[in-house]
Design a protein around this ligand. Structure first.
Ligand code: PMP
Length: 396
């Protein structure tokens, strides 16, 4: 056993704890719905990405169980050997329909999808223009590709344009990509896709949108690219199947040739076992539900507006979210964690988000209302926010 490793862990863990940057994990003892049980206690859950409540949907549970009965619990191999079940093919056809593209490819998670897809398309002769607040999986995917990473200021189109001009005119790079989250999950703001697409056209950039938090939420459920009517303009529409869709996985939708390339060059597709039959079947059914009806989507937005109004009226800083994501920005990391702990004690589960997930000094308690919440639950949560906010001097 290495003494160096022990010393490294001791030193770094202590430092994190001292700075209030060490998050404990609370195991959930039942479904991850509008109410969750943690430590034997029922709490109003404002921390899950289960935007439409589909993670606990009875119909989808049945679909998963039926698929398990028919296929078993595992896919048995990687996609390119014999792990591609007809269920995976059906899912990918459904995703292409959902996103309005020629084809789609699915992966085991959104995280490895970004790692896979970016590095399959970009290489050391290329450059990637990346919004400075892009998700960690985008950053890691960019790093893995070995392309030059050029960060542009968050949603700053002047900065992007300038950097796109410099990168393309320098003649140093073969291909240049612009990559952005569709919805930024820490603040709930939406990327300026029409401007990004304009700049991309001007400089012939590859456009890549990670719509993990937009799919099921924006564009009447069809996502941020659809919201702006840009299905024919964005090269790579990436998304997760773990948030609004409620299950697990990631995907890229785009032109058939792009998907053909990803099938032969994405390393997690080639070297990591396929998603399980129950998950894939439930995912396809969930996507179908989102295509068929906006009922859950409408409820989600209604609940989002309700919670935002309630917290704003109390005097909380909820930022500029343009989606149901409702951050409550506290600032100081320790106070943020204390705030979240007090909410927990009072019956609300709303997790603190601190550095390195968000920049230092912008700690927040992030609230994710869903279609599954009732107004009574939200009223109760707002009351608890008022009590804790006054107690900790965050509001008057
Ligand atoms: N992209 C973004 C923008 C995300 O927020 C997340 C999830 N935190 C991911 C990718 C990764 O998705 P998954 O959880 O499905 O791996």
């Amino acid at each position: 056993m290495s003494k160096k490793l022990d010393a490294f862990l001791e030193e770094n863990l202590t430092e994190l704890k001292d700075q209030g940057l060490y998050n404990e994990i609370d195991p959930v003892e039942g479904p991850n719905g509008a109410v969750i049980k943690i430590g034997g206690k029922d709490l109003i859950n404002l921390s899950s990405n289960n935007y439409l409540g589909l993670a606990t949907d009875e119909g989808l549970k049945k679909v998963a169980i039926e698929a398990i009965e028919k296929y078993g619990v595992g896919a048995g191999a990687v996609r390119t050997i014999n792990g591609t079940l007809d269920l995976h093919v059906q899912l990918e056809e459904k995703l292409a329909e959902f996103k309005g593209t020629e084809a789609a490819i699915s992966f085991q998670s959104g995280f490895n999808c970004n790692m896979a897809a970016i590095s399959a398309v970009m290489d050391k002769n290329d450059a990637i223009l990346s919004d400075q607040l892009n998700h960690a999986s985008i950053i890691d995917g960019c790093r893995l590709s070995k392309a030059k990473i050029i960060a542009f200021k968050h949603s700053d189109m002047e900065d992007l344009r300038q950097k796109a001009k410099e990168a393309t005119e320098s003649g140093q790079y073969n291909k240049v990509m612009v990559i952005t989250d569709g919805v930024f999950s820490m603040d709930g703001d939406i990327a300026k896709l029409p401007e990004i697409v304009e700049i991309a056209k001007e400089f012939d950039l590859i456009t890549y949108v990670d719509d993990a938090h937009g799919s099921g939420v924006t564009g009447k459920g069809k996502g941020t690219v659809k919201h702006f009517g840009l299905e024919k303009e964005v090269d790579m529409q990436m998304g997760t199947l773990s948030k609004a869709v409620g299950v697990v996985g990631g995907y890229v939708a785009g032109k058939k040739q792009l998907i053909d390339w990803l099938r032969v060059r994405s390393r997690p597709f080639l070297f990591s076992t396929a998603v399980t039959p129950g998950d894939v079947a439930a995912t396809t059914a969930a996507v179908q539900k989102i295509i068929d009806s906006t009922e859950l989507h409408d409820k989600l937005w209604d609940n989002g507006d309700y919670l935002k109004k309630g917290l704003k009226e109390l005097g909380f800083d909820i930022g500029d979210s343009a989606t149901p994501i409702t951050p409550c920005i506290i600032g100081d990391e320790k106070l943020t964690q204390q705030f979240s702990k007090r909410l927990f004690e009072e019956g609300v589960y709303a997790k603190s988000i601190v550095f390195p997930t968000v920049p230092r000094g912008t700690g927040r308690v992030r609230n994710m209302p869903t279609a599954a919440h009732t107004k009574e639950m939200l009223d109760e949560a707002i009351e608890i926010y008022a009590k804790v906010g006054k107690e900790l001097n965050v509001i008057k």
